[in-house]
Design a protein around this ligand. Sequence first.
Ligand code: PLP
Length: 396
Amino acid sequence: MLAHRTALFKASGTAAARTAATAAIADGRQIIDLTAGEIWSELPPTVREGAIAAINRNLNRYTDTLGLMELRHAIACKLSAETAQPWSAEEIAVTSGAKQALFNAAMALVNPGDEVLVPAPYWTTFPAQIIIAGGTPVFIQTRHNGYVPRLTDLTAAITSKTKAIVVNTPNNPTGAIYPRDTLADISQLAIDRELWIIFDECYGAFTHAPHTHHPIVSVAPQARARTLIVNSFSKALALTGWRIGYLAGPKAAISAVKALQSHTTSNPNVIAQHAVLHHLQSGDTAFQLQLQRDVANARALGLSILSALTLVPQPAAQGGFYFYLDLTKLQRRTKLIGRGVNADDVVNGLLMDAGVATVSGTAFGDPAGVRLSYGIDLESLDKGLRRLTATLNMWN
Ligand code: PLP
């Protein structure tokens, strides 16, 4: 018998979507894959140089559990520039991607029985990790408010067991960027009700004018003592496989995380750490700026194609690199009944009829949404979105 906890969560729904796409491709089908949570890109030259230099220096040993001191310092400098506040290396933990930073946060904050507010649709790992830590995710619906949680809804959901609020902006999957006022309200609520804020800004490098990303500690410096910031280089530098992320927060929380990480993974991969350190020390922003331009071009192309959708509203796509389609109106159309009306059925239909792989909103707690990634090459994106638009319009 396995432990009861294994029954509490399933493998990531986004990973399942990728597996379905890969299986269809292996069957010889011409599938355009819009499921990826990563950007199709070359390796940043600075990262390549840093990694090769580290290998040539024979760097094969453990580092400090929370990462190289120089890297923690370099990340503290980056965060100081981003937040206009001073950060020190002792307030930074380097982790194996943002996923481990979030896991550390959940394990360090959540007692069995605690509740954590999670705006929905949500990135699929947030509730899973809260559950693994023994807590209960409490979902706050956001669709009716442009995918941004309302203060009244958050306030109404707070109980004596509430421990934290997850704030993910720019948001995966919805692409929403939380306005400054919302972040100010959430911070005040956290202070008034003595809650932690888990602030995931993994997509902060990708914002689309006129929207801008606001680090919550810049909006409300007074909430810093109860905020854990989560970020990584996975999206900003298209380095998903290198697994370097970080957690930033009060020193006491970072020390607890050090103890935890010392018993789980120890330090993140030493070569990847040196590679990212070299990138940060180089001060070279050319790669990241080009990546941002590429993502912006892909977004513009995608929106122009999706503007032909008849029953699906144009996605806002304010930040990140996802279009999130609201299927509510389409699902009400009777023609679809018979082949199913929930997002899973729409996703299966798109795979079968259009040869386009997408991620069902059910992976994000939303049976009326579909996520499309535009972090792929323009030619495939163009073809995939044209096929998808034509197919969805046919189902009207
Ligand atoms: N947070 C969000 C909102 C994400 O979408 C992802 C990855 O998709 C992560 C964290 C994890 O990123 P990493 O690859 O750095 O672990």
